[in-house]
Design a protein around this ligand. Structure first.
Ligand code: UN1
Length: 492
C-alpha cells in the first residue's frame, strides 16, 4: 500500500497529526493509497514555506516560469495514459473521460505557459506632456487552491498553472476523494522544476485544512471549485480578512430541443451531456426541455438509448458509465430519485442502485429519466448524478422561461436549425456558457469558464480570465517632464 505525506517546502513530510485517511476505488472499494490528515499547524508551516519562496519566485521572469509549465505539460503528455487510468481508478469516470481530464490539464498548462511571453498590460496616453502611463501584472501572493474530485487533474491545473505563471506561491488542498491524482500532479511540477516552497500540498478535511487555509492571514486569495454551501462558507470566512475569492459552484443546466432540431444529433448530445461522468459535472445537462411537437418522438429515442447504456468497469473501453465517485454521491442520487417520485414526477427509466456480482463492490446506480414539471425539486436542485428531468415546453418563449427558472447559471444549450432562434437564445439564456447544437458540457480552456446567479461570484477562470484571476494590476505613472505636473487641476 502506497503511503503519501504532505508536500511542504519541497519535501514530502508527515503531518503533525500522524493520522491518515484512505483513498479508495469507487469501482471495487480497494484502497489505492493513504494520505495524511493535515492540521492547522501543517497549513501554517506550508504558508510559511510559501511566503519564504515568494520573493525569489516572483522575480523569475514570466517566460521562464512559462518554460517550467511547458516542461510539466511535456511530462504530463508522456504519462497521459497512466494518469488517465489513475483518474478513472480513483474517481470512476470512464477511461475516455479519464484521458480527457488529463488532456484538459495539458491544454491548460500549454495555453498558460505561452502567456508567459504575453501577460499584457495596457499603455494609454497621459493628459499631461512627457508623462507615461501603463499597467503591469504582478503576483497576488499566496493562493489557496481548493479543488473538487470530479476533474481531479483538469481543475487543479486550471488553478495551479495560471497561479504559477503569475508568480504566486500556492497551498493546494485537493478533495479527499482524489488525493492520489493531486500527488501525481505535484510530482510532475516538482520534476519540471517548480522551486521548493512554491507549491505545497496539504491533504485532509475541508473543515480543518480548507478552513485553516481560508482563515490564515498569510494566504492572500482563494480559488475554489465545489458545492454552493461550502462556497458560501468560504466567501464569508474570507470576507473577514477582505481576501479575494474566486468561486465556481453548481449548475442545473438546461438542454433545449426545439421542434426544428436535428433530433438524432440532439439525443446524442443529451446522452453525453446528462450521463457523461455519470452526471457528476457542474456542466451536466440535468434538464432536458423538449418542444411539445417533438416530445413523444424525442422521449422514445432517448429511452431507447438509455436502455442500451453499458454500465460497469470504467477502465473497460466499451463501458458508457462507471460508478458514482463515492458512497455519499450514490446516496445523494438515490435520495433525489425518491424526492422525484414523492413529488409526483414520472420515472420513465432507472431509479435503482445496480446489484449483482459486477456491481456489489462499487457505487453503481442506473441512469434515470424523469418526466417532470419545472419547479419540482429535482428540476431546480443540483443532484450531481445521472438523473435527467425531462420538461415539456409549448414554444420557444416557454422553453427559455423554463430553462432560466433556476438559481444557477453555468451552462445552457439549444438545438435548433433556425439561426434567429439560436441568436435569441444566446441572448436570453441566463448562463455563463451557451452552446448551440452541442451539449452543455465540454468547454474549451482557451475561453473563460464560469457562471451567473448562484453558480459563482461573478468571476471566471481559464481563457483570458486565467491570468487576470491570478495576477494583480499595478497602475504606473512615469513623469519625465522634470516638473510637478498636476492631473485634473487646470487653469480653465
Ligand atoms: C466541472 O464540472 O466542474 O465544460 C467542470 C466541461 C468541462 C469542465 C467541467 N470542460 O464540462
Amino acid at each position: 500500500m502506497e503511503t503519501y505525506d504532505l508536500y511542504v517546502d519541497g519535501t514530502w513530510r508527515p503531518s503533525e497529526s500522524g493520522e491518515r485517511f484512505d483513498t479508495v476505488s469507487p469501482m471495487s472499494g480497494e484502497t489505492l493509497a493513504r494520505f495524511p490528515l493535515g492540521t492547522p499547524g501543517d497549513v501554517d508551516r506550508a504558508v510559511r514555506a510559501a511566503r519564504g519562496a515568494l520573493d525569489d519566485w516572483r522575480r523569475v521572469p514570466a517566460p521562464r516560469r512559462g518554460e517550467i509549465l511547458f516542461e510539466a505539460a511535456r511530462i504530463m503528455r508522456r504519462r497521459k495514459q497512466k494518469l488517465g487510468e489513475l483518474v478513472t481508478r480513483e474517481m470512476g469516470k470512464v477511461i475516455s473521460e479519464g484521458l480527457g481530464d488529463v488532456q484538459e490539464a495539458i491544454d491548460m498548462m500549454e495555453y498558460v505557459a505561452g502567456e508567459g511571453r504575453r501577460m499584457q498590460g495596457e499603455t494609454v496616453p497621459s493628459e499631461l506632456t512627457d508623462k507615461f502611463c501603463m499597467t503591469v501584472r504582478e503576483p497576488v501572493g499566496v493562493i489557496g487552491a481548493i479543488t473538487p474530485w470530479n476533474f481531479p487533474t483538469a481543475i487543479p491545473c486550471w488553478k495551479l498553472a495560471p497561479a504559477l505563471l503569475g508568480g504566486n506561491a500556492i497551498l493546494f488542498k485537493p478533495s479527499s476523494l482524489t488525493p492520489l491524482c493531486a500527488a501525481r500532479l505535484v510530482e510532475i511540477f516538482e520534476e519540471a522544476g517548480v522551486p521548493s516552497g512554491v507549491l505545497n500540498l496539504v491533504t485532509g478535511r475541508g473543515s480543518v485544512v480548507g478552513r485553516a487555509i481560508v482563515e490564515h492571514p498569510g494566504v492572500t486569495a482563494i480559488s475554489f471549485t465545489g458545492g454552493v454551501s461550502t462556497g458560501k462558507t468560504i466567501y464569508a470566512g474570507a470576507a473577514e480578512l477582505l481576501k479575494p475569492v474566486h468561486l465556481e459552484l453548481g449548475g442545473k443546466n438546461p438542454l433545449i430541443v426545439m421542434d426544428d432540431a436535428m433530433l438524432d444529433l440532439a439525443i446524442e448530445g443529451v446522452m453525453f451531456g446528462a450521463f457523461g461522468t455519470a452526471g457528476q459535472r457542474c456542466t451536466a445537462a440535468s434538464r432536458l426541455v423538449l418542444h411539445e411537437d417533438i416530445y413523444d418522438e424525442a422521449m422514445e429515442m432517448l429511452l431507447e438509448q438509455v436502455e442500451r447504456m453499458r454500465i460497469g468497469d470504467p477502465l473497460d473501453p466499451d463501458v458508457d458509465m462507471g460508478p458514482m465517485a463515492s458512497q455519499g454521491q450514490l446516496e445523494k442520487t438515490l435520495e433525489y430519485i425518491d424526492v422525484g417520485r414523492d413529488e409526483g414526477a414520472t420515472l420513465r427509466y432507472g431509479g435503482d442502485r445496480l446489484r449483482g456480482e459486477r456491481y456489489d463492490d462499487g457505487f453503481f446506480v442506473q441512469p434515470s429519466v424523469f418526466e417532470a414539471e419545472q419547479g419540482m425539486r429535482i428540476t431546480v436542485e443540483e443532484i450531481f448524478g445521472p438523473v435527467l428531468s425531462v420538461i415539456r415546453a409549448r414554444d420557444f418563449d416557454d422553453a427559455i422561461g423554463k430553462a432560466n427558472d433556476v438559481d444557477y447559471g453555468l451552462s445552457a444549450s439549444i438545438y435548433t436549425r433556425d439561426v434567429t432562434r439560436a441568436f435569441r437564445a444566446i441572448r436570453r439564456l441566463e448562463a455563463g456558457v451557451v452552446y448551440v447544437n452541442a451539449p452543455t458540457i465540454g468547454s474549451e480552456i482557451q475561453l473563460p469558464f464560469g457562471g451567473v446567479k448562484n453558480t459563482g461570484n461573478g468571476l471566471r477562470e481559464a481563457g483570458s480570465a486565467a491570468i487576470r484571476e491570478f495576477t494583480e494590476t499595478k497602475t504606473v505613472f512615469i513623469d519625465y517632464s522634470g516638473q510637478l505636473q498636476k492631473a485634473q487641476i487646470r487653469e480653465s
